[in-house]
Design a protein around this ligand. Structure first.
Ligand code: FES
Ligand SMILES: [Fe+2]
Length: 386
C-alpha cells in the first residue's frame, strides 16, 4: 500500500492522450487488441453455425461455432473489405454479401464465384484468408485477442487466480440479464471510476455512499498479474481462499467482492439476503470519446450442501424481485458514474497533469502502469505534461 496521495502516473504525457484524439485512440486500440478481452458468451453460440458480432481493439469481429469448436475472425472480407457479418448474431456460412465470396472454418476463401474467369486463378491459388483471432473460454465467457508476438500466454495464465473464480461464477448461463448503454466518454474514464472507492459519498449518496466513506480497515485490495480486486472486510488470504473454494465448488460469498481484469472487465459477486448475484461489466471502447457499457447479471447459486429445502424455496421465490431491484440499482449507479465521466470528457483536452491518487484510488495507478506497459509510446502529446 502506498501513502495517500503519493501515486504519480508513470507516464503523465499519455495519461489523457488517447482520450483526446481519434488517431491516438486507434493507436492505443491496436495495442490493447493484443490482450485477452471478453467478446461474448457461449450461450449465444451453442449450436453449430451460430455466430455473433463483437468488438475487439476497436475493430469489428465475429465468433462462430464450427463442428470442432469456436473460431473468431476479423469482420472484414479480404476481397474488397465489406463486413461479412452485418447483424449482431445469426447462423450460417461465412458468405460476403457484396460478391458472395465464401470462407471455410479456417477463414480460407474457398468459394469464389467465377474465380478463374475473374482472377485468373483458382481459390486455392489466390490463397485469400480472413484475419483469425485467438479464442478461448472460461466458463461461458468467451475471450479473444489478435495474435501477436508479445502477448501469447494462454487465457488461464493471463487471468491467473481469476480464471478459477470466473469459471466458477460463470460456469453456466442461467438466463443472464444483459443490458447495455452508451457512455459519451472515454473507456478509461469509465473503468477508472470502477477502481475508485473514494467517490461513493459525492456520487452515490443514496446507495454506496449513504453511510459515509469506507473505513480504511474494511477495504482490502489485491493485485494479481495485470488485475486487481477489492474485497469488503477480508484478510490477506481471502483471495487465495476464494480461488481454492471456487476450484472445489464450495465457494460461499460472505461479502461484496469485485475484480477488475485488465483492460476493461469488471466481475463482481454480491450476496443479497438469501440470494447471491454474479455481475459482469465491460467498458467497450468505441471512439476516443465514446464507450459501450455492457452489464450482465445472473443468479449464482451457493453450493447446494448449505441450502435447506425451505431456504432454497424462499430463495427461488425471492430471486425475480432481487434481480429486478439489482437491475434498477445498477442503472442508477451507472447514470451517476457516467455523468462524472461525461463531465470529465468535456474538458479532456485540459487533463494535462497526472491525477493525485489516494489510498482508495490506488488500483487506478496499478491499472495505468499496465496501460503504459501495453500501449507503449503514443505520438508525443501536443499538450506538455508537468
Ligand atoms: S467484398 Fe466481400 S466478396 Fe467482395
Ligand atoms: Fe461509482
Amino acid at each position: 500500500m502506498q501513502d495517500a496521495g503519493m501515486f504519480v502516473a508513470p507516464r503523465p504525457a499519455v495519461w489523457s492522450q488517447a482520450m483526446r484524439s481519434m488517431d491516438d485512440f486507434w493507436r492505443e486500440q491496436a495495442e490493447i487488441g493484443k490482450i485477452w478481452q471478453l467478446v461474448g458468451l457461449t450461450t449465444s453460440v451453442e449450436r453449430e453455425g451460430e455466430w455473433f458480432r463483437s468488438t475487439l481493439g476497436g475493430r469489428s469481429i465475429f465468433v462462430q461455432r464450427f463442428k470442432d469448436g469456436l473460431r473468431g475472425f476479423e469482420n472484414v472480407c479480404v476481397h474488397r473489405g465489406h463486413p461479412l457479418r452485418t447483424e449482431d448474431k445469426g447462423n450460417g456460412p461465412i458468405r460476403c454479401g457484396f460478391h458472395h465470396w465464401q470462407y471455410d472454418q479456417h477463414g480460407r476463401a474457398l468459394g469464389i464465384p467465377k474465380c478463374n474467369e475473374m482472377f485468373g486463378a483458382s481459390p486455392r491459388e489466390l490463397n485469400a484468408r480472413l484475419r483469425t483471432l485467438d479464442v478461448a473460454n472460461c466458463g461461458i465467457l468467451i475471450f479473444a485477442r489478435f495474435p501477436n508476438e508479445r502477448f501469447h500466454e494462454p487465457l488461464e495464465t493471463y487471468l491467473g487466480p481469476g480464471f478459477d473464480i470466473l469459471r466458477s461464477l460463470w460456469s453456466e448461463g442461467r438466463s443472464p440479464y444483459i443490458w447495455s448503454t452508451e457512455l459519451k466518454a472515454n473507456w478509461r474514464l469509465g473503468h477508472h471510476i470502477s477502481l475508485d472507492d473514494y467517490h461513493i459519498v459525492a456520487v452515490h449518496p443514496s446507495t454506496f455512499g449513504k453511510n459515509g466513506y469506507l473505513p480504511q480497515e474494511v477495504v482490502k485490495y489485491y493485485r494479481f498479474g495485470r488485475h486487481s480486486a477489492y474485497f469488503y472486510n477480508a484478510d490477506e488470504k481471502a483471495l487465495q481462499k476464494m480461488v481454492e473454494d471456487c476450484r472445489n465448488g464450495t465457494f460461499q460469498p460472505d461479502g461484496y467482492r469485485i475484480m477488475q481484469f485488465f483492460p476493461n472487465l469488471v466481475a463482481s459477486v454480491s450476496p443479497i439476503g438469501s440470494a447471491c448475484l454474479a455481475g459482469i461489466m465491460q467498458y467497450v471502447p468505441v471512439a476516443h470519446d465514446r464507450t459501450r457499457l455492457f452489464m450482465i447479471i445472473q443468479d449464482y447459486p451457493r453450493p447446494a450442501a448449505d441450502q435447506s429445502r425451505s431456504r432454497a424455496l424462499v430463495r427461488r421465490l425471492k430471486l425475480p424481485i432481487i434481480l429486478r431491484s439489482a437491475q434498477l440499482m445498477t442503472r442508477k449507479i451507472f447514470k451517476e458514474d457516467n455523468a462524472v465521466c461525461e463531465h470529465m470528457q468535456a474538458i479532456v483536452h485540459q487533463l494535462d497533469r497526472p491525477p493525485i491518487l489516494g489510498r482508495q484510488e490506488e488500483r487506478i495507478g496499478w491499472f495505468e502502469e499496465n496501460y503504459a506497459d501495453v500501449v507503449g509510446d503514443l505520438r508525443p502529446s501536443s499538450v506538455a505534461a508537468d
